[in-house]
Design a protein around this ligand. Structure first.
Ligand SMILES: NC(=O)C1=CN([C@@H]2O[C@H](COP(=O)(O)OP(=O)(O)OC[C@H]3O[C@@H](n4cnc5c(N)ncnc54)[C@H](O)[C@@H]3O)[C@@H](O)[C@H]2O)C=CC1
Ligand SMILES: O=CCc1c[nH]c2ccccc12
Length: 297
């Protein structure tokens, strides 16, 4: 399957690095059970995604497939410097855990550095000080060059506020669930105010697992106008709001088609139509219990 021979545009981060505006995740479609054995299907999927032009790869310690992600990167033959590799640390329990986790991740990934290292969630922390201590460990890893950029994931404004009280380096990114049924308006405003980039997981939710719903009619009109699928409209809806979507699929055709999201642009009026119809429904696919009363934020 030929790719479109296009380069995915990049967004500048607050530390000067650039992140490709469409990512491929190995979390949801590829969560692995038996960590002892290499899963060739995941290696092949990573190679396939890179071959199509997905140079932004999103992994995590908790997905238990960093070995496969690293092997896929190696077998792709694409120069390391061209790739943007993210991984995430799961719940750090004590001082030193984050450094240990990153070094273990790098070993599995067969890499000398990651482009972006994220704290996977704030929900393990018992106090503001826990979040601040974890962040200062991230800053040390950033300074050492093992993580070119550092950020967070699933942080709410109050979690970022806590971090910013003592941070020397601001988080470059907050990776959050984001789609028309979870628009995070206040959080995005907060990110903008502090120069934090937003990356989005679950970007297809409104047209896949949360469908049917109130955006369907708007999507139908736009798919005709742009001759793309509702998935591609969903990805573009993120990009046009400076949000970097991270998607995934094991199907080469779908992944290839999703690259069309970088070939057109929605108008401000079309984004508004999606936003207004999307606001009529609320859906959260991940971490719902942890967000509790903050579920709509
Ligand atoms: N930081 C965090 O807490 C989280 C991070 N992530 C990251 O984001 C990545 C993407 O997250 P997703 O929620 O999976 O993104 P997504 O909203 O792009 O959904 C992708 C899923 O939808 C399915 N799909 C794609 N096209 C479809 C279609 N036309 N019809 C029906 N199903 C279709 C795919 O098979 C795949 O399972 C993950 O792989 C992971 O790397 C995901 C969840 C939480
Ligand atoms: O990051 C997304 C949610 C998540 C957290 N841990 C795992 C493990 C395997 C798949 C998804 C996830």
């Amino acid at each position: 399957m030929a790719n479109l021979d296009i380069t995915i545009p990049a967004l500048k981060l607050n530390d000067g690095a650039s992140i490709p505006m469409l990512g491929y995740g190995v979390g949801t479609a590829w969560g692995k059970k038996d960590e002892g054995k290499i899963d060739q299907a995941i290696v092949d999927a990573v190679k396939m995604a890179i071959g199509l032009g997905y140079y932004h790869l999103d992994g995590a310690e908790s997905y238990k497939n960093e070995t496969e992600l690293g092997q896929g990167i190696k077998e792709s033959g694409v120069d390391r410097s061209k790739l943007f590799v993210t991984t995430k640390v799961w719940e750090p329990a004590q001082t030193g855990d984050i450094e240990r986790a990153l070094k273990e991740s790098l070993k599995k990934l067969q890499l000398d550095y990651v482009d972006l290292y994220l704290i996977h969630s704030p929900f393990w922390a018992k106090s503001e000080q826990d979040l601040q201590n974890a962040w200062s460990e991230m800053e040390v890893l950033h300074k050492s060059g093992l993580a070119k950029s550092i950020g967070v994931s699933n942080y709410r404004p109050q979690d970022i506020e806590a971090v910013l009280k003592t941070a020397k380096v601001k988080p470059a990114v907050n990776q959050i669930e984001f789609h028309p049924y979870l628009q995070r308006v206040e959080l995005l405003e907060f990110h903008k105010k502090h120069g934090i980039a937003t990356t989005a997981y679950g970007p297809l939710s409104a047209v896949t697992k949360a469908a049917p719903g109130p955006v369907d009619d708007v999507m139908a009109g736009l798919t005709k106008k742009y001759a793309v699928s509702a998935g591609e409209i969903s990805l573009r809806w993120c990009i046009d709001q400076d949000v970097v979507p991270i998607t995934t699929s094991s199907k080469e055709q779908r992944l290839s088609d999703y690259l069309r999201a970088i070939t057109f642009k929605l108008t401000p009026a079309e984004i508004k139509q999606i936003n207004e119809s999307g606001q009529q429904k609320h859906y959260r696919g991940f971490w719902g219990k942890k967000f509790g009363e903050d579920s709509r934020l």
